[in-house]
Design a binder for this molecule. Sequence first.
Ligand SMILES: *[C@@H]1O[C@H](CO)[C@@H](O)[C@H](O)[C@H]1NC(C)=O
Ligand SMILES: *[C@@H]1O[C@H](CO)[C@@H](O)[C@H](O)[C@H]1NC(C)=O
Length: 229
Amino acid sequence: MNSLFIVTFTLFNAVTFGYSSELDYDGWLQIRLYHALNDDPIPYFTERGNITVTSIRTGAPTLAQMGLQPSQIANLETLAHRGTNYRLKAVIRSSSGTESTFLTSVPACHLLGTDLEDILTVWLDLAAEPVAINQISPGPCTLSKTSTNMWTTSIQIRYPDGGPTPDTASYIYKLEKEKEARERGEVKDNRSFLAKYWMYIVPALIFVVLTSAANPDAAAGGGNGGQRQ
Ligand SMILES: *[C@@H]1O[C@H](CO)[C@@H](O)[C@H](O)[C@H]1NC(C)=O
Ligand SMILES: *[C@@H]1O[C@H](CO)[C@@H](O)[C@H](O)[C@H]1NC(C)=O
């Protein structure tokens, strides 16, 4: 168990130190927003606007959102009085070219309480592909009229591990995979696992052997379950 952990840890370090000079990955997101201001089970989506995040590292967005029409504000107030939700659909295109659609919602009365202020959090996986979007409007929940018809929207980019930027090793792994695929064209790398990774495995094994040699009691105790007198 202990040895396995050390091997894994050493492999991880070898990969990280081996390629840390290549860390320059960034990407962009194009988000098209549609919202539903009706109260039927089936949402009727109309366009709300566009958001472009030119760099997922800095998260700096460009927003182009349409103001709400008086009829849309009336619909939002109806939703608030009924205690139901404002529904948002986001179609996100990422720099890898994939397009994904997500749904999120907030209580309509929160949007009235904040004068149409909301926070959109885009969650990315470790390969920088969007996996979710959440809309938050902190509230308070009120039924009063809004004093504006314009959105005040902020964008956050988050990763499920909680860090502000993704795990370096995973990014490098992705870059390496892409580079290998380019270099060998369509030819598949059919070498065995040992043939490809011996340069990581050998130092890891040496490390394990040295560690066991320096600490023979632990190794013997774990292996035999008893000691001879
Ligand atoms: C959003 O982008 C689409 C396509 O790029 C465009 O047709 C539309 O007019 C844009 N909407 C706004 C509100 O800028
Ligand atoms: C890998 O595949 C090629 C043909 O696709 C073959 O010639 C070669 O012997 C294979 N190598 C191994 C280690 O299996």
